[in-house]
Design a protein around this ligand. Structure first.
Ligand code: ZN
Length: 305
């Protein structure tokens, strides 16, 4: 059992050593004054000690094995607005992110919130039962316009991300992930954790490149997807209850209503934006079913119906 040595029990000679003081005959009163000063602050001189504002020493000699970062998730966003407006909003309003990646050439990275503190980027958010992910995540905002509304039928056309911007993002993500030991399956888009309200970073975000870089889990195996898709094409696309069950199993928050409803469409849209970005209608189809099946069925797993 460790006994905490109070600062007052430190030998005075040691205090003199630490302070580098040589005492002459005439220096006695100065020494006393110095000792009084040091008695109040000597705990701070020893790296083993810190102390409470009340003066109680806290010994930090030992360090527990059982601990990890409070950061479990990395959430990626786009800002919709340009850099000056992004800085203004993220620094002056009740919304923030740890990092802001500019769309300049070359891009700049701004740290707006220290990683030890909570940034307000994800609001109401859920993943696999984890809720309110601001408390357990790092948020990165990417300056990007989102989508433009085009044509008479008001099509949403999502804008591309520049290679230069993603080149700047990847080392930042790798560094954060390494320092906090964030699991690859917990690197997510805002739309995935808040599917009823958000779609960012959208279908043009290069998830496949992040997977190829080893940051994310590997993409669903193409041959398994093709085989399962052929079965669904032959035997019919599973019903909406199946989709709701699989989406929830993968991690999304989706109500198990058994009905084709708006909330399921929003979740499926976000799923497709990430795993099948060429078509993100939010409607069930054989390819989406096959992707979901492969994602939720590891190779050594007993086959699901
Ligand atoms: Zn967002």
């Amino acid at each position: 059992m460790n006994v905490v040595m109070p600062p007052e029990s430190f030998p005075l000679s040691r205090l003199r050593e630490k302070a580098g003081v040589r005492v002459g005959a005439t220096g006695r009163s100065a020494l006393i004054a110095l000792i009084v000063l040091l008695l109040g602050g000597c705990a701070a001189l020893d790296p083993r000690y810190t102390k409470t504002p009340g003066g109680v020493p806290i010994d930090i000699t030992y360090n527990s094995k059982g601990q990890d970062s409070r950061v479990l998730f990395l959430i990626l966003h786009y800002t919709v607005v340009d850099l000056p407006m992004s800085i203004k909003i993220l620094t002056e309003q009740e919304v923030s992110a740890h990092y802001l990646l500019s769309d300049e050439s070359p891009p700049r990275i701004f740290r707006l919130v220290d990683e030890s503190r909570r940034a307000w980027h994800s609001g109401p958010s859920v993943w696999k039962g984890h809720r309110m992910l601001n408390a357990s995540s790092i948020g990165i905002e990417i300056v990007h316009p989102g989508y433009r509304i085009v044509g008479p039928d008001k099509q949403r056309v999502f804008q591309p991300f520049s290679k230069e911007q993603i080149d700047a993002l990847i080392p930042l993500v790798k560094d954060i992930v390494a320092r906090h030991q964030i699991r690859p399956d917990r690197i997510l888009g805002h739309g995935e954790v808040s599917p009823q309200f958000k779609v960012d970073p959208g279908p043009t975000f290069p998830w496949a490149r992040l997977a190829a870089e080893g940051i994310l889990p590997p993409l669903p195996d193409a041959s398994r997807v093709a085989a399962r898709r052929a079965e669904f094409d032959t035997n019919g696309v599973p019903d909406i209850a199946w989709f709701q069950k699989m989406l929830a199993e993968h991690g999304y928050a989706v109500e198990q209503t058994g009905k084709s409803d708006e909330q399921t469409k929003n979740v499926l849209t976000n799923f497709q934006m990430r795993y099948r970005p060429s078509n993100h209608s939010g409607l069930p189809d054989a390819e989406s079913a096959a992707l979901l099946w492969v994602l939720t069925t590891p190779l050594d797993h007993k086959a699901k119906p």
